[in-house]
Design a protein around this ligand. Structure first.
Ligand SMILES: Cc1cc2nc3c(=O)[nH]c(=O)nc-3n(C[C@H](O)[C@H](O)[C@H](O)COP(=O)(O)OP(=O)(O)OC[C@H]3O[C@@H](n4cnc5c(N)ncnc54)[C@H](O)[C@@H]3O)c2cc1C
Length: 388
């Protein structure tokens, strides 16, 4: 019997194995933390091993030729409106516009009708707009890899965007074939949070809004790009981006108690990317080009391959850009994976025994003591008594 994973960290959840199986024997099922893992139905499995070969996480893949060092750019979309609706500088919108204008298809992460984060396909700009903005939750890949293959076989240009493990998963699913019309775009990734914790957060916020959530912004820029706050909008029109409840998901995300186990051993946390183009926040931009940082967001664009360069060069009319460098754009997840919280196991144990609220209060910095500690630290930083 084929074994796809032994420990949770052995699977990144890209679902290439499930999508490649010709017998429909592999199904993605949520574990007790809400992350999807493949399970093989022995009655349907023919033992062909295609699933194992399509696992980018296990195998050392060959990627198309990369530049020795990426070309580094700081990018702002020329439209402030686009930037305010994007997580960084709106580079994704510029790149995807170019592909859509050539009749291509764009893939990315969106909310479905139930506010679950899922991967989907867009052929128009309004459809693509649903992909704008980071959703700090692991997206359900569904069957998009098969759709990508169908698009490519039909001769259509495709821009696939996602986490690095998803872009690597797609390459493995396609059998490593270098489809000329496929451009892969990944993100520098801090890790993906549990879809189950996302559902728990949604139910909490729905109570404070007094209605189901209609829209959610994981990077609300109303207080500026450098402040990370989240905003929920209810179907009743009420919004919340200030209450403690509205910030619970962000605090839990950064506490590292609810990230997928494989994120802590991510093999893509470096400049050697599995994609043609990599997007991120250019946090260090203020240090080298203070005038370029107007606090509305600046994208870091790493161009990793010739194909990436061709796409980037085709969008120069819709962006303002400056050359950057690999020092000023440096951040943790370009060097190593996010370290797990030492309290991860205790967090989940408490969640099982006492529920979501009790677990986030104790382990996500939302109880009285950690909040006081943070307030004191903020005050000391403000009056210069301590340095960041
Ligand atoms: C889970 C996650 C972790 C991240 N961690 C970091 C980090 O540590 N450092 C950093 O600099 N940047 C990080 N980013 C990337 C950053 O937040 C921006 O998404 C990126 O800079 C692109 O911004 P933009 O303005 O060009 O486009 P935007 O319009 O913000 O584009 C969003 C893009 O992200 C994709 N996307 C959104 N949510 C998901 C998801 N759940 N799974 C897969 N793809 C998704 C969309 O398909 C689209 O391509 C992360 C993004 C995600 C989703």
């Amino acid at each position: 019997m084929i074994q796809l994973w032994a420990e949770k960290k052995d699977c990144c959840g890209c679902a290439a194995c499930a999508q490649v199986c010709p017998c429909g024997a592999v199904a993605m099922r949520p574990d007790e933390e809400g992350f999807l893992y493949p399970q093989i139905d022995a009655r349907l499995c023919s033992g062909c091993g295609l699933c194992l070969r399509a696992c980018a996480w296990k195998n050392n893949q060959e990627y198309p030729e990369r530049f020795e060092e990426p070309l580094v750019y700081a990018v702002r979309h020329i439209s402030d409106g686009v930037r305010m609706n994007s997580s960084s500088g709106g580079a994704f919108t510029a790149l995807s516009d170019a592909v859509l204008e050539q009749g291509g298809a764009v893939y990315g992460a969106a909310f479905d009708d139930g506010m679950n984060v899922v991967h989907a396909r867009a052929q128009t700009k309004p459809e693509r707009d649903a992909f704008r903005g980071s959703k700090y939750v692991q997206s359900n890949p569904g069957g998009v890899f098969s759709q990508v293959r169908a698009d490519l076989l039909a001769g259509r240009k495709v821009l696939f965007t996602g986490t690095p493990c998803q872009t690597a998963g797609l390459t493995a699913f396609l059998g490593g074939a270098d489809f000329e019309k496929l451009v892969l775009c990944d993100l520098v990734c801090h890790g993906v949070a549990s879809p189950l914790m996302w559902r728990e957060h949604l139910s909490r916020i729905e109570k404070t809004l007094g209605s189901p959530v209609a829209a959610y912004d994981f990077r609300d820029k109303s207080l500026g790009w450098h402040r990370h706050i989240e905003k929920a909008v209810g179907r009743n029109g009420r919004t919340d981006n200030r209450s403690l409840v509205s910030q619970e998901h962000k605090e839990l995300f950064y506490s590292h108690n609810a990230l997928r186990p494989s994120c802590h051993v991510c093999k893509y946390a470096s400049f050697a990317r599995p994609a043609d183009i990599t997007l991120a926040d250019y946090r260090g931009i203020g240090k080298i080009l203070p005038d370029f940082d107007d606090d509305k967001g600046v994208s870091l664009v790493l161009v990793n391959t010739e194909k990436g360069r061709t796409l980037f060069n085709s969008v120069l009319d819709s962006i303002e850009y400056r050359p950057g460098d690999t020092v000023s754009c440096m951040q943790t997840n370009l060097v190593r994976p996010t370290a797990p919280s030492p309290h991860r196991a205790a967090f989940w144990e408490r969640y099982r025994r006492k529920g979501y609220l009790s677990a986030v209060k104790k382990y996500a910095g939302l109880g009285f003591k950690p909040r006081m500690k943070k307030a004191v630290k903020r005050a000391l930083l403000k009056n210069g008594a301590i340095k960041k």
